[in-house]
Design a protein around this ligand. Structure first.
Ligand code: ASP
Length: 400
């Protein structure tokens, strides 16, 4: 049976068993079942630092190469990618701010959320630069690790092929190993999800279900808005392609992304259709789209915005403005490091939660419905690549 079906079954089973057992069985569940969930969360946490470090370096080095034109196209592409990603995450916040997913499910006290003192913006900037990257890694301080990885990545692209090639190969291979380990850990997910949710359901009863539906609704609405508002505008105003033509041209790749939950799987069709149906040049599309498949994950960023608000609501944590800025910042960067494969966004969500000290236990709630969320976000991920490709293509043509 497919893993996502197993995870969904684990969610259903944990609800059924939890409702049957009720609060009386909670001491037993806490003693014997809950630790299995903690082990699962520990495995996920174990992978955060290595996967962030290696995959970000791979993302940055994939921009390498030389030549003025490549530099110009890369710069335009990256600025647009970062811009659309930041909009997506803010959109996620806005929709979640209106719908309040998780508001009905208060499980505060379970993990006793810390009351945090908000650092000032300047403090955040100062703390971002690690004085000792190894120490930052040991303490899993995400932002300094991201900054270090970005600089290592840029450094690698500057030292010439003799030195850069082995390093690129090394980090590429290391990132692959990380993904493999994550795939192994995810095999354990049905048990982990069951063990994490059971105590929650025992304690809270049937009201745990509704908030999950509201998360799906938020992600779906956010994704649709991102497509209609942001991508239609980009394609038509910036790329000279009418929204109707754009979505028609993108539809096949969107469908593949929706059903496979993998940007990488949708890339070949996206490349073909952007060239044949939207008329984009091979030169631009064959650079912009694969790059987007690696570093541009708007749907994933939107999902991070929604899920972090959801988890904050569920655990009764009040997010400060600084926390929100931090989520936009880490979420944008995390989406760069997200691989275009199913479920990768969930691991990156762990990283965002860590950065603002939100309880990791919230991951279990999201994991149960992650496949459905993945369908929506992957679809948006590849559509965003197409929209940016239209803009870059038009601006390059107008130079000729
Ligand atoms: N499945 C997504 C993609 O391939 C990544 C994610 O999990 O967010 O684009």
């Amino acid at each position: 049976m497919n893993l996502s079906v197993q995870i969904l079954l684990a969610l259903v089973l944990s609800v059924a068993v939890g409702l049957g057992v009720g609060p009386e069985g909670l001491p037993f569940v806490n003693k014997w079942i809950a630790p299995i969930g903690t082990i699962f969360i520990n495995f996920i946490k174990m992978m955060i630092v290595p996967v962030v470090f290696c995959s970000l370096i791979v993302g940055v080095t994939s921009l390498g190469g030389d030549g003025k034109k490549l530099g110009r196209i890369s710069a335009k592409t990256i600025v647009l990618y970062l811009f659309t990603t930041a909009i997506a995450i803010v959109l996620g916040f806005t929709v979640a701010g209106i719908i309040h997913p998780g508001a009905g499910l208060e499980i505060a006290g379970k993990v006793a959320p810390k009351v945090k003192e908000a650092p000032t913006f300047m403090q955040v900037l100062v703390n971002m630069v690690p004085t000792n990257p190894i120490e930052s890694m040991a303490k899993a301080q995400i932002l300094p690790i991201i900054i270090f990885a970005l600089f290592v990545g840029v450094g690698i692209t500057q030292v010439g092929p003799k030195h850069s090639n082995p390093l690129v190969d090394f980090f590429d291979a290391a990132a692959e190993v990380c993904y493999k380990i994550i795939a192994m850990v995810m095999k354990f997910a049905p048990y982990g999800v069951f063990a994490l949710l059971l105590p929650v359901v025992c304690k809270n009863g049937p009201k745990v279900l509704l908030p999950l539906l509201s998360v799906i609704l938020c992600v779906a609405i956010g994704c649709i808005l991102q497509c209609i508002i942001v991508y239609s505008t980009l394609a038509s105003v910036g790329g000279g392609v009418s929204p109707l033509k754009f979505f028609r041209g993108m539809s096949e790749a969107m469908m593949i992304a929706f059903t496979t939950c993998s940007s990488a799987a949708a890339l070949p069709v996206n490349l073909k259709n952007c060239q044949e149906k939207l008329g984009l040049s091979r030169e631009v599309s064959s650079f912009v789209l694969p790059l987007g498949c690696t570093i541009n994950m708007d749907g994933t960023a939107l999902y991070m915005g929604v899920c972090s608000l959801f988890i904050a609501n569920v655990f009764g944590v009040n997010l400060t403005t600084n926390d929100m800025v931090m989520i936009v910042f880490t979420g944008t960067l995390a989406s760069i490091g997200t691989a275009g494969v199913p479920g990768a966004g969930l691991i990156m969500l762990a990283m965002v939660l860590q950065a603002v000290q939100l309880p990791m236990e919230g991951l279990a709630l999201v994991a149960g419905i992650d496949r459905v969320l993945d369908m929506f976000r992957t679809c948006v991920n590849i559509t965003g690549d197409g929209a940016v490709a239209c803009v870059v293509d038009k601006s390059e043509r107008s130079r000729m």
